[in-house]
Unconditional design. Structure first.
Lengths: 184, 605
């Protein structure tokens, strides 16, 4: 809760493409209503890097592909009352999880040694602590922390995000009509 | 492409009349001749039959006994189902690996021997068991495994591994198997003495409609597990439009823990073939197919011989019993190691020379079955019952068993009991009585109906074996006080994951997710919410799957959740910090730590 009494929302993109965040921006002028309803805490929307307090809702885009993702996700779990998995990467791993059938060694080699645009005469894999270590595979986020809601879609449409958020913030049950959840 | 490969392919295709629907037989023969069906073989075959290469390859990739890669001249397939592992299959596996110097799934460098695992091969009462090519070896030990490898290296002939012959017809010159029948209890229907030809003569003396009426009066229901009224099925097929009609006997006994059809086929094949012939007369079919699971290939020559003798005696073939208006013949279709083919529509796909994919029902096979024609698919035991009903009349049959389930049931009992084997019991018998017969009174749990059946707890041992209570295709697996029920359920899920045809998502994906979550609970990393998750997901898999496999594959989870809730509750913890205990960051970054050469700052904090 902010000092002004408004609930706070935090968002992050883990192993995602920021497409779900773009979809959030697609709520267009409703974003003005949203900032009346809530304050943003840690989020790329306002570029706050670390949590400043307790949040009502955390929106997670993307799954966990590296240790930093896990740290951030656990941080979200610790600070947010409700966590929502936004989009297919968060829910199922999505496109990044395509690497799950490829040995980790090959992934590193492609990125740092053998890729067509790589220049790395030493052939070493960088070991700078700034570069998070990859996990053995990409994990959907509910395999790492408890998740309260899942919004499928690649990305979930703005209307779906809006309907879910306003329902939660208004203490209403999240009952999305079929039209907001079908993708064919 | 070598000319000899072309020639071999052409020759094998010609032997099957270049008939595309016989692809299963063609591929099996080629596999026997060439050792595997490689890309060039598939291409040659496709050209020869005028079909697409992908049709050949999808068949080869579907069946466990077919291979698109070179295999050893001898393939050892060790059964690794839970019952065999209870009897020491893991030690046998280790001995095979050590003696051969290879792991499962590999072939020795000299190309002589391939080692594979295989699910239940129907020898649970005499496990651990394995198939060495078509030869069954039973009651294995690690010593026996080492001896088998040494002998095979010496003479290379699997048939010479059979040093002692089993009981009954297992010692028949055309069988020569070390398999035992282990018939512990002979009932008045299946394992009763028969006069060969009597049932057929009695059937031919009345009209087909009267034959169907007799089967209906006997209230005979399918013995394979589903329990559909046989007479009604026949009536549908008789009334359905379309010619020719077919009778198919389902001898693809793949349900783990079931081996009674093997024994019936070994001891009383005449009773089964007579039942098929009577079914043919009743519905107006001239052709029957016995679909025999690939694991029972050792019975094939013997069964072919029985068929030949029936033809010679006028009980099969043209003008049966001198009747100019009735001809009926039976051919044996071999399976190639696919559990799902026990499902009737998948079995029909397989008979049509396709992958064993199930089809949508309706239309049911009685309307549109084999090649889209009206087809009756009956279990081995059901057809044997038909013969008895025609021999002695429906009234005698109805006197046996219970009100809703007349007759007897042949059970195959295995696991923690003193006398595993085959028991013919009247329907309506209590589970506790069955356990007493087999010497398994101190059981902790009994799995009734195979992997897809239900796990019954001690408190419910007074329930009865019948269609209205504990329905079973015959499988009764007994688990003693020291067994871990959830571990058993997990092993059943492993089986379904392996055997799912992959067509529909609830089955292909759902079973994997069920297994993962169950494993998590078993490993002590579960939480109470996981039980709700299992319940929901299992219900989804059950209701949303396309065929009987997926519709029953969640039963190990559903029935243990219901009957062994205490066991689950003792394993799960309540979560307070919102973290998933099964996720281990240190383990997840371990591989990257080794590759990058530095320690994670988060994982070891």
């Amino acid at each position: 809760m902010s000092q002004n009494g408004k609930p706070k929302v935090a968002t992050t993109s883990l192993a995602g493409c920021f497409g779900c965040h773009m979809s959030l921006l697609d709520i267009d002028d409703r974003i003005l209503k949203l900032v009346e309803l809530v304050d943003f805490d840690k989020s790329p929307v306002d570029d706050i890097k670390e949590f400043t307090g307790r949040c009502a809702v955390g929106l997670i885009e993307g799954g966990c592909c590296n240790e930093e993702n896990v740290r951030v996700l656990r941080d979200f779990r610790a600070h947010c009352d409700i966590l929502i998995a936004v989009g297919d990467c968060a829910t199922m791993g999505g496109i990044p999880a395509l690497r799950n059938n490829i040995p980790l060694q090959e992934c590193y080699d492609e990125a740092y040694r053998n890729g067509p645009t790589v220049y790395n005469p030493s052939g070493r894999i960088p070991d700078d602590p700034e570069l998070p270590l990859l996990l053995n595979r990409v994990y959907p986020i509910q395999e790492v922390v408890k998740i309260d809601y899942f919004l499928p879609g690649c990305p979930p449409p703005a209307d779906t995000l809006w309907a879910a958020l306003t329902a939660l913030l208004g203490n209403q049950p999240v009952q999305l009509p079929y039209g907001l959840l079908k993708y064919d | 492409m070598s000319a000899s490969l072309e020639a071999t392919t052409r020759e094998v295709c010609a032997a099957c009349g270049r008939d595309r629907t016989r692809l299963m037989d063609i591929v099996r023969t080629l596999q026997e001749r060439l050792g595997y069906i490689g890309g060039d073989t598939a291409a040659a075959l496709a050209r020869e039959l005028g079909i697409h290469r992908v049709e050949v390859e999808s068949m080869v990739s579907f069946y466990a006994f077919l291979s698109h890669r070179p295999q050893g001249r001898i393939v050892i397939r060790l059964c690794n189902d839970y019952l065999d592992r209870m009897l020491g299959a893991d030690e046998v596996a280790a001995a095979f690996e050590a003696e051969l110097g290879i792991r499962f799934g590999q072939t020795t460098p000299d190309g002589a021997i391939t080692l594979q695992h295989v699910p239940c091969i129907g020898m649970c009462d005499q496990g651990p068991a394995a198939l060495v090519n078509d030869v069954v070896v039973t009651e294995l030990s690690s010593d026996a495994a080492r001896r088998i490898v040494r002998e095979l290296r010496k003479h290379g002939d699997p048939a010479r591994l059979v040093t002692r012959l089993g009981d009954g017809n297992n010692a028949h010159p055309l069988v020569r198997a070390m398999v035992n029948n282990n018939i512990r209890r002979r009932g008045p229907v299946i394992f009763s003495p028969m006069v060969r030809g009597e049932a057929i003569r009695k059937a031919l003396a009345i009209t087909p409609a009267e034959v169907i009426r007799a089967v209906k009066t006997a209230r005979l229901r399918g013995r394979g597990g589903a329990g559909f009224p046989t007479g009604m099925k026949w009536e549908f097929a008789r009334a359905a439009a379309g010619e020719p009609k077919y009778v198919v006997c389902n001898a693809d006994e793949g349900e783990p823990g079931t081996f009674k059809d093997r024994v019936i086929l070994t001891e009383l094949p005449d009773r089964v073939f007579a039942g098929m012939t009577i079914a043919g007369y009743a519905i107006g079919a001239a052709e029957g197919v016995l679909y025999l699971r690939g694991e029972y290939a050792y019975l094939r020559k013997y069964l072919e011989d029985v068929l030949a003798r029936r033809r010679a005696d006028g009980l099969l073939g043209q003008q049966i019993c001198g009747r100019s208006d009735f001809s009926f013949d039976i051919r044996i279709q071999m399976g190639a190691g696919a559990y799902v083919c026990g499902e009737e529509t998948a079995l029909l796909s397989s008979c049509e020379g396709l992958r064993g994919d199930p089809k949508n029902r309706p239309p049911f096979p009685a309307q549109k079955g084999l090649f889209g024609r009206p087809t009756v698919v009956n279990n081995v035991e059901t057809l044997a019952c038909v013969t008895k009903i025609l021999e002695e009349g429906p009234a005698t049959f109805c006197e046996l068993g219970s009100q809703g389930s007349p007759g007897t049931k042949v059970l195959s009992i295995s696991g923690d009991c003193r006398s595993p084997g085959v028991f013919e019991v009247p329907f309506g018998i209590k589970l506790s009585e069955v356990l007493a017969l087999a010497g398994g009174e101190d059981a902790l749990a009994v799995q009734v109906g195979g992997a897809s059946g239900q796990m019954v707890a001690r408190e419910e041992f007074d329930r009865t074996i019948c269609y209205d209570d504990l329905a079973t295709g015959g499988s009764i697996m007994v688990f003693g006080p020291d067994r871990n029920v959830l571990e058993i359920a997990e092993s059943f899920l492993d089986f379904f994951i392996e055997e799912s045809c992959g067509y529909c998502t609830p089955c292909r994906v759902g079973n994997v997710l069920l297994k993962e979550r169950l494993h998590r609970i078993n490993a002590g990393q579960g939480e109470s919410a996981d039980l709700d998750y299992l319940q929901d997901l299992a219900q989804t898999v059950k209701t949303m799957s396309r065929c009987g496999l997926g519709q029953t594959s969640a039963n190990p989870v559903l029935t243990t959740l219901k009957n062994f809730r205490v066991t689950y509750n003792a394993l799960v913890r309540k979560r307070t910090n919102g973290l998933v205990p099964a996720f281990d960051l240190a383990a997840a970054v371990g591989a990257a730590e080794a590759l990058v050469g530095r320690k994670s700052e988060h994982a070891h904090a």
